[in-house]
Every structure is written in C-alpha cells, then in structure tokens.
Design a protein around this ligand. Structure first.
Ligand code: PEP
Ligand code: MN
Length: 344
C-alpha cells in the first residue's frame, strides 16, 4: 500500500501517517519526491485496510499495489530507478553502460589485457568471476580472493568499474570490499539468504534471471533485496533453459520491455550466456540495445580458445570493438547513447 501525501502536507502529517502504519504492525517507508512525499507500507503479503489512514490530514490518496512484488513495481515508483555503480556508470537513464570481460579472472596478465582491451573499445565496467558457480566440481572454480585483488589492480590501472559474482553470504561481504557491483548469478537467483544479505548491504547488486525462472520470479527475488533496504538493483536477462539444444539458452529479449513495464529497476541483457555461441552474441547484443536494454554484459577474452570457462561464447577482442561501434549507431537511433568513462 502507498499513501500519497498532498504537496502541502507538513512533516507532522507525514509523521502521523508513519505512526499509524507502525501501529498496524508494518514498517513505514517515507519516499520524498520532487512534488510530494509518498509513504510506503512495507511488510504485508495481502491487502490491508487503509481507510483510517486515508482520513488523516495531509493524505491525498491511497494506492493499493496489486502486483505480488511491491517495492520493485512501477505502481510503487513510476520513475526509473537509476543505479550508479561508479562515477559516470549509471544504469536506467539515457546512457547505456556496457560491462565486458572474461567469464573468469584467470591470471594477472589475462585480466589486465582484458581490462585494457575492453576499456579501449568503450566498455565502462569490467566483469570477471573470482568465485565461479560451475556445474562440475572438477571445473575451474575461480581464483577466489586473489582474483578479487587482480580485479582491483585492473580497476586502478584502467578506471573501469568492477562487477563480480558472490556465491554466498561470506563471499558477498568480501566481494563488496573490492567490487562496485555484486553479481548474483542465475544459480543463486533464489538463494533467499544471499538475497537478504546483499539487501542489507549498500553495494549495488546485479541480479541475473534464474535458469528456469519466470519474469515474476525474477522480480520477486529482486523484492527480497529491496525489502531489506537496498534499492540499487540491476536486473539481467541471461536466457532460460528450454528443450532445444541448438543454443545454450533461449535468450528472452521480450523480457526487457516486459520488465520495464512492470518495474522501475533497470534491466540489462547478457547475450553471451543467453546464446552460448560466440557468433550469435553480436546480433543479439545489437537486438538487445534496439529493444531498449539498460545495459549489456558481454564476455570477451584476450584469447578465447584458451579460456578456463565459457571460451565458446567469449568474443575475440576485434569482434568486441567492432560490436561497440555498431552499438553506438543503434543506441543513437532510439535516442540513447552508449556510456563513456569520465576523463580521469
Ligand atoms: C557468468 O556471468 O559468468 C555466469 C556464471 O552467469 P550465469 O549466472 O547467468 O550463468
Ligand atoms: Mn560465464
């Protein structure tokens, strides 16, 4: 439930509404806006009766949020939420940031080469997993803390923002010390303990769609993070598994406008995991920008044939720089721009 205050409401009026919500056993969340303040009622899983609140002084109207996800919904907040992970790297506005880099951090040489290359091609953030959720326990599991330290070096040298995955509660605290944005992977989209942990933190979170998750389940997972107080959440479409082995996943471009209608949170596209096949990544990246994605996540490797994970879907450096040029024209055609790093 949302209590919309009159523009003329006083702070005492707002305070009275907050007290009334607390007295009902829920949490009040005042949200000052440019024109007027709205007070959210947090903590209900069904419709509550707000008639006595509607009668309080300064209250303009009560809006009952009909969707199962509340704080994530457009009903709750009509303006786009802007998620800034580093100076000049904002998701949800006109500019479209590109996050690029290898699937995993493998060595100092590899990650520094990757960082220089993606920065020179126009990316604003570097990705690379230090903690890797692999299907097999015998596959490369990532360099762990050493990988995080290498990402920090890459950031110091290039100025790129850092996005990297955390797989558990303890890892989330550690990742937050090094990264500008914590990635929650597809396999952990419904790890509710981890979602609550990052919800209590203040580091921005990139939440990937689960392998077989509906759009509603993705938004409900995001609600876990917002319900704990962190509204700096970027959603990510990375494809869902289907019956068809012709691609790794079915890249669901339709999720982008669908989510943008349902939620104020930015949604980016990951055509690398969405297709699993290198040569399909540029066409789907172009399509995602045309469809209005608020950012891209692209796997690029200095030497994909030697990659320790996801080599088959990692772009060669030249492919990535060609793609970046094309994306600039496509973004321009729909009144957007590919983000550029601010001068250092
Ligand atoms: C990744 O980004 O490298 C990754 C493991 O992605 P996902 O969680 O979408 O499979
Ligand atoms: Mn990967």
């Amino acid at each position: 439930m949302l209590v919309v205050m009159h523009a003329t409401a006083t702070s005492a009026d707002i305070e009275r509404v907050c007290t009334a919500i607390s007295d009902m056993g829920y949490q009040p969340l005042p949200m000052p806006g440019a024109q007027r303040t709205t007070v959210g009622l947090v903590g209900n899983d069904r419709r509550v009766d707000g008639s006595h609140i509607e009668a309080l002084p300064g209250v303009a109207e009560i809006i009952y949020v009909s969707s199962p996800f509340k704080q994530v919904s457009r009903e709750w907040r009509s303006d786009n939420t802007l998620v800034t992970i580093a100076p000049g790297v904002t998701f949800g506005g006109t500019d479209v940031p590109v996050i690029a880099g290898p699937c995993s951090v493998e060595s100092e040489k590899q990650i520094l080469e990757a960082a220089r290359m993606v920065r020179d091609a126009g990316a604003v953030a570097l990705r690379g997993g230090a903690f890797k959720p692999r299907s097999s326990p015998y596959s490369f599991q990532g360099l762990g803390k050493e990988g995080l330290a290498l990402l920090r070096r890459a950031k110091e040298e290039t100025g790129l923002a850092i996005v990297t995955e955390a797989m558990d509660d303890e890892g989330a605290q550690l990742v937050a010390e090094y990264a500008d944005c914590i990635q929650i992977g597809a396999r952990n989209m419904q790890n509710y303990s981890l979602l609550k942990t990052v919800g209590k933190m203040r580091t921005p979170v990139m939440l990937k769609r689960g392998m077989a998750a509906t759009v509603q389940e993705l938004l409900l997972s995001a609600e876990y993070i917002l319900s704990e107080g962190n509204d700096q959440v970027i959603l990510c479409e990375r494809g869902v598994r289907t019956w068809d082995p012709s691609s790794r996943n079915m890249f669901d471009l339709n999720a982008i406008p669908a989510v943008q209608k349902l939620s104020h949170l930015p949604i980016i596209a990951d055509p690398s995991h969405g297709t699993g096949v290198r040569d399909r990544v540029p066409p789907m990246a172009r399509a995602a920008i045309a469809a209005g994605a608020d950012g891209l996540l692209i796997e690029v490797h200095p030497d994909p044939n030697r990659a320790l994970s996801d080599g088959a879907q990692s772009l060669f450096p030249q492919q990535f720089s060609d793609l970046m040029r094309e994306l600039g024209s496509i973004a321009g055609a729909i009144g957007r721009r590919i983000s550029a790093l601010p001068a250092r």
